[in-house]
Every structure is written in C-alpha cells, then in structure tokens.
Design a protein around this ligand. Structure first.
Ligand code: SAM
Length: 234
C-alpha cells in the first residue's frame, strides 16, 4: 500500500532555521506561530468547535530533513549525542516516514492579511513546515500522569541568559516589534542550542541563531549564555 498525503496548511513560526528550534513543544512557551491553510480547506467549517480545546496536536512533515533518509539507530541529543537507540525509541526527525507530532497551545483563530489563520503557541517547528493534520488534545485520553519517559523523563536543564550592554540596547530597540523577544530568547537560548557534544561545556566560540528576521549572536560563559549582539538579518 502506498499513501499520498496532501498538506492541509503551512505553519509560520519565529524559527527561520532549524538550529535552536526547541527539541520538543512546550519548551519555548513564548513562541507563537500562525497556521495558514491551503485554499481547498474551508477554515470556518474545519475549525468549528476548536475553541473548546486549550491544546492541539499538530501532525507535520519534517520537510527539511526528509530527503536525507533514515537509519535504524540514532543518537539522541539527550544521551549526549554518542549513545545509540532505535529510531522508534526516539523522536528523531530522520524516520522511515518523516512525520512529526507536537502538542501546542491553541490561541484561536485570527485574521491576518484578510485571511483566517489558526494561532498556536509553544511549537517546535521550523518556519514553513507543512502540516498534514490538526487534532484536539484530549486530556483524559492523551495525558498519562504516571508514564515513564525512558532517557527523557524530565525537561532538559535551563541555563541563565544574560545580555551584553550592546545587546541589551538592541533588545529594547526591537521590543516594540517583537514584544515577546526577551521571553523567547530566554527559552530558546536557555536550552543551550549548541550541538549535544558541546553541552555542559564552556567554549570559546561565538554562535549565531536566526529568529524572525533577526540574527542573534551568543557565547557560553561560566554563568550561562550571554547574548552579544542582536541585528537584522541579511
Ligand atoms: N515534537 C516532534 C516529534 O516528537 O515528532 C518533533 C521533535 S524533533 C526532535 C524537534 C526538532 O525537529 C526541532 O528541534 C528541529 O530541529 C527539527 N525540526 C522542526 N521542524 C522541522 C522540519 N520542518 N523539518 C525538519 N526538521 C524540523
């Protein structure tokens, strides 16, 4: 049997590149995104009743990594990136079918550029990700309070995020356009987005991350993450 799936929408998020996208939803509560539906979806009809649900499941395509194939064994960042587990014991993007699933906050329908979009919060998806489906999160069925989380039992530790005087100034100049930027940077950088083998270590490098149309440069000090500069992208 083969299946032919048609995306129903595209999600727009602050994450203009894969680097620094949280590794699971809910880790950056300040991130909000808009789901823009395909022309053949009757949004009002398909979303009727959705306002009753605080959270939604998004089922989506890992479109940026789909062409890279998959392996039966993967190295989850949570295990430091050097221990292997089976792909079905991981949430790796490299899977036999490149399909992801994330629970997000439902922020309701909104009108943007005369189009009805569905606004969501806390997603771990890169900007432009195609969505295959949206389903309500049903607490009595979907939440398992005594579940055991294998090597990912609890959320990863967070680092403190501070700003150089220059970055502090730049942050306030971008605040009007992006009021959630400080919270978003705290969440996104606090998770230490560096490759798994560097985590827990100080290093000399300056890293760059894109959020919205901004380039953020940061380094890792003994005290945590320090933002060095925030500038407009190319
Ligand atoms: N919550 C989902 C799941 O469990 O299926 C995704 C988990 S996956 C580990 C999250 C990572 O996928 C993000 O940190 C980002 O690097 C990557 N990612 C997000 N959107 C993507 C896309 N459209 N294509 C490829 N990779 C993507």
């Amino acid at each position: 049997m083969s299946v032919n799936l048609q995306p129903i929408a595209t999600i727009h998020t602050p994450y203009t590149e894969k680097f620094a996208v949280p590794r699971q939803p809910g880790l950056a509560a300040a991130a909000t995104g808009d789901i823009v539906f395909s022309d053949d979806i009757d949004v009002e009809a398909c979303c009727r009743g959705i306002e009753g649900f605080s959270h939604l499941w998004l089922v989506f395509l890992f479109h940026q990594t789909a062409a890279q194939g998959w392996q039966p064994l993967v190295r989850p960042p949570r295990l430091g990136g050097n221990q292997k587990v089976g792909v079905f014991a991981s949430r790796s993007t490299f899977r036999p079918n490149p399909i992801g699933m994330s629970v997000v906050r439902n922020l309701g329908l909104a009108t943007v550029n005369q189009q009805t979009v569905l606004r969501v919060g806390g997603m771990d998806l890169v900007d432009g990700t195609p969505l295959l489906d949206i389903k309500p999160y049903v607490p009595y069925a979907d939440s398992v309070p005594d579940a055991i989380g294998g090597y990912a039992q609890s959320s990863p530790p967070m680092l403190a995020v501070s700003y150089s005087p220059e970055a502090e100034q730049q942050l306030s100049s971008h605040r009007q356009r992006y009021p959630d930027l400080p919270a978003l940077l705290g969440d996104v950088l606090g998770q230490d987005p560096r490759p798994a083998y560097r985590q827990g270590q100080q290093d000399e490098r300056v890293y760059g991350v894109s959020l919205y149309d901004l380039n953020i440069r940061f380094c890792v000090t003994e005290q945590g993450i320090q933002v060095i500069a925030i500038s407009h992208g190319e």
